[in-house]
Design a protein around this ligand. Structure first.
Ligand code: ATP
Ligand code: MG
Length: 743
């Protein structure tokens, strides 16, 4: 046994600590390993597999290592191969792929055929016409929504509805309780009831989505003795990583599989639970002893991954959550560089800044750029591609290029080249201010000429009086557009042709999120900004779409990783940039409405921070597309942790001097801001202003803050108490913290 650990140390340079060793050695019976990020959970699981195979002679295929995404299954397999290049791999898989096997086996035995209605063959227009793919989950839901609610389902509603269904299934809620789950989609309960019936309408040929795979697998293992025995006998050891994201139905499947030997090793960190919206059940871990009274529970708090700078701040940061196991992550790793916080002047600077930073790097492989929403990647991709910076994107999102807003803009541009195509007009006639009605479109279709659609409308179709002028103007605008630079053209489409207004109306009617759509238009403008012609623009979009496809295959090459926070779970990089850290994104406005959501986005931020081994850089900005953006509350939190406003920071924690806040202020601004001399020590964040602290006001001198509300602070100066505008104090840099030693 000691030989095993000694060999591991010699071969891999990893000397396991006592708890890790215990976890490796405790092979028989249930074990729960609750541990902080970077404490070696995954490492321990892999070592345990090695130990089972090498020391205990277990057949690799009798060890099942369950992960909850394909990516983590691959990541684990890769690490395993690195650790034990000579050993056969254990059975690494996702819970879904295991469930699929059980479901397939069961249906085969029962002589029932089935079709999976979710997955790779996601919807696009062509697929929708394919008869087989008519049985796609989203199409079915779309049709049900239409027939039950009487309207077209919006993308947001679809997302909400599928999440609602997953949630119900993963929580194993019985039908009576479906109505207790809140869902903003009208008649959601009725829709799911009919959806379930629809899938089972043909008893000999049923339809299954991914959630069914889990629930049916669980039911089969419950009711079918033979199959239960078959799978129970197949594995002698089961291990699950990232178990904080396991749902009840998944736990239940695993419980059944191990119920004879109970050789189960569960590894989790409740602070990294980021899938509760999909029905993950971290609270199950609290019950572990109830399910397995003989279980051993081990805790690990030592982080081996990150520098002291990162570990200390992250550990403090996660404590803003109240609903958690109390833990204290620590590290023996040295200090290296403080967390860097950049507050850029605007959104555009962000990718410029990243390009500049990355151009100075020799090896991009160990660098990641993390963001909350996939949409953050498109603009980056455009700039990185231009700068020749190779990147890898695991969950590249092709939806941007096929999004209807992008298609609309391209159709407007096509119209600029020829205004004879009725098919194009048909697609956009409701989206600009010609106000062409359905009847008018129909009348137009009856004409069989190859003239300009506008000429035809004006000559042959009955129009409202106000339309005549508008249509003439639009016709002119489209003509002019042909020669415009694409950025100008997009602006003209949005303003002069009234596309933005039309979008607003669509949003009101159909419940789309206007911000998302405007975001897409802004991204298109960014892409267009340095292009000369409309053709170039269309070409550029096609090129970027190809680049995106390629980006999925760039893994392991000298390329920077772009990833969402969610997909970065379990991974580590030398250097991590967390970007778009502004209010509305993280936390989102929805997060702000509920403690549970707020805590989940805190955990998401924490997952991001704890990916970094050596350097962590947080980026926010003041403006985006001309609108004021506000630094994320979480960044403000990190600042406060690094540099507590009352300056009572103990030695060893980074102080004001070495935290680099890059406020990009022009040289002249530095000297005077709003006519007031620039004070580098002035309080610049609202969060730093709290009742009870002592400040120095540039004009009134030293005083104590007695009250703070949204807009005003009250400060008690020796002569009198004053009420001042917070905004003015911050913008003009009027306040400074009174240093402790001077008090
Ligand atoms: P996460 O919560 O992010 O999934 P984790 O707990 O699974 O993290 P690992 O990825 O296993 O952590 O380990 C983090 C890093 O620490 C890895 O680089 C690993 O090699 C290293 N490590 C783990 N244990 C030790 C140890 N005992 N000595 C030295 N390095 C270690
Ligand atoms: Mg891990």
């Amino acid at each position: 046994m000691d030989d095993f650990f000694a060999k591991m140390k010699k071969d891999l340079g990893i000397s396991l600590n006592d708890v890790q060793k215990k976890a490796v050695l405790h092979t028989e019976g249930p074990l729960l390993l609750l541990a902080s990020p970077g404490s070696g959970k995954t490492t321990t699981i892999i070592m345990r597999i090695g130990y089972l195979i090498k020391q205990k002679g277990v057949d690799p295929w009798r060890i099942k290592a369950v992960t909850f995404s394909k990516a983590s299954a691959n990541d684990m397999k890769e690490r395993y191969v690195r650790f034990y290049p000579d050993l056969q791999p254990a059975d690494f898989s996702t819970i879904h792929s295991f469930a699929f096997e059980v479901v397939r086996n069961y249906h085969r035995q029962m002589g029932i055929s089935f079709r999976i209605i979710e997955g790779e063959q996601e919807l696009d227009e062509n697929a929708a016409r394919d008869e087989n793919i008519q049985m796609n989950k989203k199409l079915i839901l779309r049709n049900l929504f239409k027939s039950i609610v009487g309207e077209n389902i919006t993308e947001d509603q679809m997302e909400e509805l599928t999440t609602y269904i997953s949630y119900i299934k993963n929580k194993m809620l019985p039908r009576e309780q479906w109505s207790t789950v809140s869902c903003d989609v009208p008649k959601a309960e009725q829709i799911i009831i009919q959806y379930e019936e629809f899938k089972r309408a043909d008893q000999n040929h049923i339809l299954l989505d991914f959630d069914d795979m889990l629930t049916i697998c669980n039911e089969v293992l419950e009711s079918n003795e033979n199959l239960l025995r078959l799978y129970q006998q197949r594995y002698d050891y089961i291990l699950t990583d990232e178990s904080q994201d396991t749902s009840l139905v998944q736990h239940s499947i695993i419980e059944k599989l191990v119920s004879n030997h109970k050789n189960l090793c569960v590894v989790a960190d409740d602070d990294q639970s980021i899938y509760s919206w999909r029905g993950a059940e971290p609270a199950y871990l609290l019950e572990f002893k109830k399910v397995y009274p003989e279980a051993v529970i081990l805790f690990m708090e030592q982080n081996y991954r990150s520098t002291q700078d990162i570990v200390k701040v992250s550990n403090q940061f996660i404590k803003r959550n109240k609903n958690r196991y109390e833990k204290n992550m620590f590290t023996e790793n040295p200090l290296y560089k403080p967390i860097e916080i950049s507050n850029l002047i605007n959104f555009k600077e962000q990718s410029k800044y990243l390009v500049k930073e990355l151009q100075e790097e020799e090896d991009l492989k160990d660098i990641a750029i993390l963001y909350r929403n996939n949409s953050s990647s498109i603009g980056l991709m455009n700039d990185f591609d231009r700068a020749g910076i190779p990147f890898y994107m695991k969950d590249a999102d092709n939806r941007f290029f096929s999004h209807w807003v992008v298609q609309d803009i391209l159709n407007f541009m096509r119209m600029a080249f020829t205004d004879k195509r009725l098919d194009i007009l048909e697609k956009i006639h409701l989206k600009f201010n010609g106000y062409i009605s359905k009847q008018q479109m129909n009348a137009l279709k009856q004409l069989n000429t190859n003239d300009s659609v506008f000429d035809n409308l004006l000559k042959h179709v009955k129009l409202q009086e106000y339309q005549v002028k508008l249509l003439k103007a639009s016709q002119e605008t489209f003509k002019e557009m042909k020669e415009m630079k694409p950025l100008k053209a997009i602006r003209v489409i949005r303003d002069r042709l009234g596309y933005d207004k039309a979008l607003e109306k669509t949003c009101k009617n159909l419940g789309f999120r206007i911000d998302t759509l405007i975001g897409i238009l802004d991204t298109l403008e960014e892409i267009a900004s340095d292009l000369e012609s409309l053709e170039d623009f269309a070409k550029r979009l096609r090129h970027l779409e190809a680049v995106l496809k390629r980006a999925k295959r760039m893994k392991g090459q000298n390329s920077v990783t772009l990833s969402t926070f969610h997909s970065s779970k379990g991974l580590e990089f030398e250097k991590v940039y967390m970007i778009d850290l502004v209010e509305g994104i993280i936390p989102s406005s929805e997060d702000r409405t509920e403690t549970g959501l707020m805590e989940e986005s805190t955990r998401l931020f924490y997952v991001g921070m704890t990916r970094a081994k050596k350097q962590l850089k947080l980026i926010s900005y003041d403006y985006r597309d001309g609108k004021k953006a506000e630094e994320s509350l979480f960044v403000a939190d990190v600042k406060n942790i690094i540099n507590p406003p009352d300056l009572s920071s103990p030695k060893g924690i980074i102080t004001q001097k070495n935290i680099r806040i890059k406020k990009e202020i022009g040289a002249s601004d530095r000297e005077k801001v709003n006519g007031v001399p620039y004070n580098p020590n002035a309080i610049r964040e609202k969060e730093a202003i709290r009742a009870g602290i002592t400040v120095v006001h540039r004009v009134f001198g030293t005083g104590e803050i007695t009250n703070v509300n949204e807009e005003f602070i009250q400060i008690k100066f020796p002569s009198k108490e004053k009420k001042l505008s917070i905004k003015a104090c911050i913008d003009m840099g009027l306040l400074e913290l009174k240093k402790k030693e001077n008090l």
